[in-house]
Design a protein around this ligand. Sequence first.
Ligand code: NAD
Length: 365
Amino acid sequence: MTTEIVSSPELKKIAPVFGQLSFDNHEQIVFCNDKDTGLKAIIGIHNTVLGPALGGTRMWDYATEWDALNDVLRLSRGMTYKSAITGLNLGGGKAVILGDAKTQKTPELMLRFGEFVNSLGGKYITAEDVGMATSDMDLVRTVTPYVTGISEDKGGAGNPSPITAYGVFMGMKAAAKFTYGSDVLEDKKVFVQGIGNVGEALVEHLTNEGAKVFITDINRERLESVRDKYQATIYEGNNLYEEEMDIYAPCALGATINDDTIYQLKAKIIAGAANNQLAEENKHGMILRERGIVYAPDFLINAGGIINVYAELENYGKQEIIRKTENIYNTTLEILTKANVKNITTFQAAFEIAQARIDARKNEQ
Ligand code: NAD
């Protein structure tokens, strides 16, 4: 079978890795396979010009191995730009473990994964992502120092979600300043879609500021608990995109701004925590611009989490974490202004600044 694949002239032309759409000059891609534990993982190292490639490990039951490869490539690239725009001396990397985290994650599998991370000698530093818990990172820490996001009692920075939410709040305020001339969110109608770890913390900030907060989630119990805690309003309609609102805050899934939703959207600002909110960065970014909807790029305003784990590497404390996170306000304003002046998408404006920082460092080396 293998011989057939290699010898087929048609298949020889296929570029399964370097030819992936999401391949963007990644430096290194590591396929990890261990028969004994059933581990199948891919570590994507996109760029290490600014520092070691840091990014979480996601465990997901992908439909195909191609999906897993595509995901890790897309996510590791995203980490490069997130760290660069935030001013951190980190490169971009990410790992995916193929499998169902609920049924296939074992301590042996996590330890074996940790050994693979260790074998890269610090070029890649892992952290928590979907399907992972702080306890998994604690386990990985027993076989490698190249892990962040471990528990506070083990010297880690703990749960990043409250800091992520604070950064999103800062980005949202900057977008309000840009749009309305004032960053006060009192009486602004804000829809928070997904009130998980980050969404709930964001609702708290918004409530404290006197915003009119509407919440949606697929989990009814959570909805009721967050409503009772913060007096937020549960959105009972079935199409939030069509609702009149000031700010739409996607805090659940990616790609909610897509061909179906983009022309329905009535929000004036989009600012949320979810990764990859635009189904197609350039196309949908441009439509938002044309429609006059201000989009605060996700990879910029949700960087609080990485700022939090970076503290573990640089040994800085809570105060510096807060200072760096509050700086998201200034960077967001700078990017929104630049996008307007140059008539480009806000995503592109952020991307250009991040890329310029990487290029400048490369030239110094
Ligand atoms: P979470 O799993 O705690 O919360 C997600 C919430 O979204 C859950 O309550 C879930 O029920 C809800 N949800 C799922 N599908 C939904 C749908 N179709 N409509 C409405 N709600 C839905 O995750 P989180 O840690 O709060 O992260 C939220 C988003 O922010 C994710 O996209 C994540 O990748 C991103 N993010 C998180 C961090 C962090 O520090 N946790 C950092 C950067 C980015």
